[in-house]
Design a protein around this ligand. Structure first.
Ligand SMILES: O=c1[nH]cnc2c1ncn2[C@@H]1O[C@H](COP(=O)(O)OP(=O)(O)O)[C@@H](O)[C@H]1O
Ligand SMILES: [Ca+2]
Length: 497
């Protein structure tokens, strides 16, 4: 009788223990799931930043965004919107200074709509002007300053956190373009084991200047073009050079200057399609510091007539580069030091627009001879045919033969030949964000690129909690089993007595 009662008691205990265990497991699970779910369901707080790229040909506004709590993580800043300002670049407003600022209205209004009202006061806005303003400043510093003030004052009328309007240097333009490309490609910042991961070079072709930036495979001889940077705990020795006057619009002026002009004010241009005619004001050609060479043109207007002569065009384009001097072990042109191009390259801005016109921008790169054939075939077409076959804006269309040949020539001067041509990828955007100097510029000014690798927890919060739960349950069961065995032994021992 006593034994049976004891068994019922023991059973009751077991049920009780089982119930306690279940309750504890449920308790642990609830304790763990609630914070995980809680954290996940919180809406991510986004931060915004705005950069205006005041280029020589036009101004563009870019709005970037990133999750507030992940500032130092790589690859998380993305472009959420952009806006192209109507009309020319700010340097063209030299005769109507106030209008330079006002021209930005439509895009700044758009930014005001895009950035949540509560965030606007903390959203930094930067304006960086490039080669168009560099050229204007070299001609008339006071005028350049007035223009910068005009845009500055106008941006200040917006509720954003205005951080300044600057004419950036060619070196900054090159290096920030390189940072943008490598940040978006996630070549920098990722903790690749075994030294530095390979970075990609950046090729930027603007209207007034062009930049080449890369990490060479050799020592950089010229200090002027060398830049040591420490990013995310790794050191990079970067070569960068910006060629003022070698953007595609100024280069066209350099070319026109080389061509003969007839007594009746006609210039025959082999780099325009046959039959194309453009009439320009002489001052338009010679008002640039790139073409300040003396000229004796008496006419006000000149007529440029296309002859579509590929080989002649090629020769004339070569003539705008000087190969006669080089005081370094290797030069590109005009005596500018350049180490051998190394690794892969991303080519953007006008490189992309022009090569895209020739359908030469696919993921699988084309070889140099294909590129040459395509450009040549286009240059040999008469203008009447070209005009009928494409709906592209007439100015760009008429300059594509020149631009195509110019790009082929420029890249070959950098020493891209048939053997390494395919290392160049022509691209406009990387993962939805425009390739250009603006993103790198903003990240640098907002201290978003740490010099050292930021401390990262080995596990994410969720995986940390999961591991903890699994181990808690595991340990708990071990204890329980131990306890049950121990109990059983005691009861057995009691039964014996
Ligand atoms: O759609 C296009 N097709 C061809 N060229 C373009 C297009 N959009 C812009 N471009 C060219 O890209 C270049 C952009 O230069 P940008 O204005 O940035 O000058 P910068 O960088 O020298 O200051 C200009 O030569 C402009 O004509
Ligand atoms: Ca540019």
């Amino acid at each position: 009788m006593v034994g049976a009662r004891q068994e019922i008691k023991l059973k009751k205990y077991r049920y009780l223990i089982a119930l306690v265990i279940i309750l504890m497991v449920v308790g642990v699970l609830v304790l763990v799931t609630i914070p995980v779910v809680q954290n996940r369901s919180l809406p991510k707080k986004l931060k915004y930043g705005i950069v205006l790229d005041a280029g020589s040909s036009h101004t563009a506004l870019y709005i970037y965004s990133w999750p507030a709590e992940k500032v130092n993580d790589t690859g998380i800043v993305t472009e959420v919107d952009s806006c192209k300002v109507k009309g020319p670049g700010i340097s063209s407003y030299w005769n109507d200074i106030e209008q330079a600022g006002k021209s930005l209205k439509v895009c700044l209004d758009k930014a005001k709509e895009r950035v949540p009202e509560k965030q606007q006061y903390v959203t930094p806005v930067y304006l960086g002007a490039t080669a168009g303003m560099r050229l204007l400043r070299s001609q008339n510093q006071a005028l350049a300053e007035q223009l910068m003030k005009s845009v500055q004052e106008f941006i200040k009328t917006y509720p954003f956190n205005f951080q300044g309007a600057q004419i950036i240097t060619g070196q900054e333009e090159g290096v920030f373009g390189w940072i943008t490309v490598n940040y978006l490609m996630e070549n920098i910042g990722k903790d690749n084991a075994g030294g530095n991961p390979e970075t990609e070079g950046a090729l930027d072709l603007g209207g007034a200047s062009t930049q080449i930036t890369f990490v060479p495979g050799e020592k950089i001889e010229s200090e002027e073009s060398a830049l040591k940077m420490r990013l995310y705990g790794k050191s990079y020795n970067i070569y960068t050079h910006s060629y003022l006057c070698y953007g595609k619009d100024q280069a066209l002026k350099l070319l026109l200057e080389k061509l003969d002009i007839t007594d009746n004010g006609t210039i025959l241009n082999p780099c325009f399609n046959k039959g194309y005619i453009r009439t320009i004001n002489v001052t338009e050609l010679f008002n640039s510091p790139c073409t300040s060479a003396q000229h004796n043109i008496i006419q006000q207007m000149v007529r440029i007539i296309g002859t579509g002569n590929f080989d002649q065009c090629d020769r004339y384009i070569r003539s705008i580069f000087n190969f006669s001097v080089c005081t370094w072990s290797s030069c590109s042109f005009n005596g500018v030091y350049q180490p051998k191009v190394h690794g892969k390259f991303g080519a953007f801005s006008a490189y992309y627009f022009v090569m895209d016109f020739f359908n030469l921008t696919s993921e699988k790169p084309y070889d140099l001879s294909t590129a040459q054939q395509r450009v040549k075939a286009f240059c040999l077409k008469p203008w009447a045919e070209v005009k009928n076959s494409f709906s592209t804006n007439e100015k760009y269309l008429s300059e594509n033969c020149f631009a195509g040949q110019y790009i082929l020539s420029l890249l070959q001067n950098y020493n891209f030949t048939s053997s390494n041509w395919k290392t160049i990828m022509f691209l406009r955007k990387i993962k939805g964000t425009n390739a250009g100097w603006t993103l790198g510029y903003m990240m640098n000014l907002t201290n978003m690129i740490p010099a050292e690798q930021p401390y990262t927890k080995p596990l994410t919060n969720a995986s940390y909690l999961t591991v903890m739960v699994i181990f808690s349950i595991f340990v708990f069961f071990l204890l329980l089993i131990g306890f049950l065995i121990f109990k059983k032994k005691i009861f057995k021992a009691q039964d014996k007595f």
